[in-house]
Design a protein around this ligand. Structure first.
Ligand SMILES: Nc1ncnc2c1ncn2[C@@H]1O[C@H](COP(=O)(O)OP(=O)(O)OP(=O)(O)O)[C@@H](O)[C@H]1O
Length: 300
């Protein structure tokens, strides 16, 4: 496992932070933490990285306890609101970052060429950071995070300050890194981002993890059935597929795990003398799930 936490908690004088988070993230996963501002996302990353000391609970990264210095070298981190050294060129920023990671100069130079290519800044490396657009700044920040070729990468709100094009560029880089087999832990409050890049998502609210699963598990799609001659027997039969089905007049909505169940659903209606007028798919949206989970106030 790349990350494991057991009832991990970090609070500030009994307030804020996050509470009782247990999860494991395996190699090659893109895992997203989704939550409103102040939900506890950055505190969680900072605790995993050993920048903050947990209040209680336990965590491991790359098989070592949190805060292990050697492990830290194998991890890349793009902090939220990354502070750029505006007077440096992109190249110099990357080079200095390599020195901080205690890489040797030859490796740094070789790796800078690869990284500039990945983040799409070849040809811009000699410009001063102050001349970079916001999107370019975010990409050079990502370049720093991946310079040491880390196994595990933490990206804290990597796209929230960017326009749609900038977001797409950063997203494409995330896809490239995923394709290379990197494990990525992404903090975001952008739902569209999560839907596009994540293998698994956790929704965090007021410091607590409310939901976790793959997009498919979280967004179990539903079917809407329109049934004539609907009776108790039919409803009871359908409850075998979804015990929490919703009935609205002649229409019944139920969650189904896979399409293979659809013929069985149809058969159970017909066998119980129902008239199946319509069977229609309804895709559930992450936004609906998010709002249901965290409430409507302050949703981005
Ligand atoms: N150093 C600190 N001292 C006291 N409270 C803190 C500290 N850092 C964070 N908090 C509180 O912990 C809670 C979680 O903050 P955190 O920054 O982790 O949220 P977030 O989900 O990353 O939010 P955002 O999306 O705005 O970055 C907030 O209530 C915040 O005020």
């Amino acid at each position: 496992m790349m990350i494991e936490t057991y009832n991990l908690t970090k609070q500030f004088n009994g307030k804020g932070g996050f509470i009782d988070i247990s999860l494991s993230i395996k190699e090659g996963e893109v895992f997203s933490f989704l939550g409103k501002n102040g939900a506890g996302k950055s505190t969680f990353i900072r605790t995993l990285l050993g920048i903050l000391y947990p209040t209680s609970g336990k965590g491991m990264m790359l098989g070592k306890p949190l805060g292990d210095v050697e492990t830290r070298r194998k991890i890349g981190y793009l902090p939220e609101l990354f502070q750029y050294h505006n007077w440096l060129s992109g190249y110099e920023l990357l080079f200095n970052h390599g020195l901080l990671y205690k890489m040797n100069k030859k490796d740094i130079k070789e790796r800078i060429e690869v990284v500039l290519d990945i983040v799409g800044l070849k040809g811009h490396e000699d410009k001063k950071i102050k001349e970079y657009s916001k999107g370019m700044k975010q990409r050079i920040g990502l370049g720093c995070a991946i310079l040491s070729d880390p196994l595990l990468l933490f990206l804290d709100e990597p796209t929230s300050a960017l326009d749609p094009l900038g977001r797409k560029q950063v997203r494409d880089i995330i896809f490239k890194l995923k394709h290379e087999g990197k494990t990525i832990f992404l903090n975001t409050h952008l739902l569209s981002e999560v839907e596009l890049v994540s293998d698994r998502v956790a929704i965090i609210d007021k410091g607590r993890m409310m939901k976790v699963g793959t997009m498919k598990e979280l967004l179990l799609s539903s079917v809407i059935l329109s049934i004539g001659n609907c009776n108790e027997r039919i409803i009871n039969e359908l409850k075998r597929f979804d015990s929490a089905l919703r009935v609205k007049g002649n229409e019944i909505e139920l969650s189904v795990e896979n399409d293979e169940l659809l013929p069985q659903i149809a058969a159970s209606i017909i066998e119980n003398d129902g008239l199946l007028y319509m069977m229609k798919r309804k895709e559930n949206l992450l936004e609906e799930l998010f709002i249901k989970t965290v409430g409507e106030d302050g949703v981005e």
